[in-house]
Design a protein around this ligand. Structure first.
Ligand SMILES: *Cc1c(COP(=O)(O)O)cnc(C)c1O
Length: 230
């Protein structure tokens, strides 16, 4: 077994155990493989081991890998910060966007989504840690943003995403993820998605209702930003 296949098996076991511990249905928890900075071959290997959904943060890097992997049926998720002049290729080349945090970006994605493609699946990124430096809309801004986005024709608002402040304090992990779930439920928009949980905190996220866990390091190893690929 290759290292990536071994890692997928280990992450799969963590997800299964977390689902069991919180009596959740395994089928309701998706594994999104975060492949930023990793080569196309690593994605090919993960696909061969059974993964289909891949998350990328950097547009140019993602487009290059998509071209190199066009022989595979992959589902692409954009999970990084979005500049408004980059929305067109995102609307054209992705199935999901997890990191929408303002209406202008959502409007452009809807306007630019090609008519022959299904509506673009959208998660609104919410800042649940109240850190000024983090992206994401504030919980206060969320209801108005969610209502406006849910009315856009070529988008399908699926739910919420968060990247809480990293912490080893398990209770704090649970509190942040529970906050996101509560915000989702309070919207009362029938949203089926909570994109939350990364390599170090997927157990807490699953316990609090995650439907996508976004896993990079635990699948592909540590990232090396010394040689940027974007
Ligand atoms: C990099 C990244 C991840 C993966 O984080 P790991 O700790 O490597 O699992 C998940 N979500 C987002 C938005 C990321 O940028």
């Amino acid at each position: 077994m290759s290292t990536i296949a071994e890692n997928i098996a280990k992450v799969g076991a963590r997800i299964r155990e977390a689902a069991q511990a919180s009596q959740r249905n395994l089928a309701d928890i998706g594994l999104l493989a975060v492949s930023k900075t990793k080569p196309a071959d690593a994605i090919r290997e993960a696909h061969a081991a059974g993964l289909r959904d891949f998350g990328e943060n950097y547009l140019q890097e993602a487009l290059e890998k998509q071209a190199a992997l066009s022989d595979l049926a992959l589902i692409w998720h954009f999970i990084g910060p979005i500049q408004s002049n980059k929305t067109r290729p995102i609307a054209e080349h992705f199935d999901w966007v997890h990191s929408v945090d303002r209406l202008k970006i959502a409007q452009r994605l809807s306007d630019q989504r090609p008519a022959h493609l299904a509506p673009l699946n959208i998660c609104l990124q919410v800042n649940v840690s109240a850190e000024d430096s983090k992206s994401g809309c504030s919980p206060e801004e969320l209801p108005e943003l969610a209502r406006a986005v849910s009315a856009l024709p070529n988008l399908k608002l699926r739910g919420l995403m968060a990247i809480p402040e990293p912490t080893d304090d398990v209770a704090a992990q649970h509190a942040a993820f529970a906050r996101l779930r509560q915000l989702r439920d309070d919207l009362a928009l029938d949203l089926d998605t909570l994109s939350m949980g990364m390599s170090h905190d997927l157990e807490a996220a699953i316990a609090e209702g995650a439907t996508w866990v976004r896993i990079g390091t635990a699948l592909f190893g540590a990232r090396d930003y010394g040689q940027p690929t974007h």
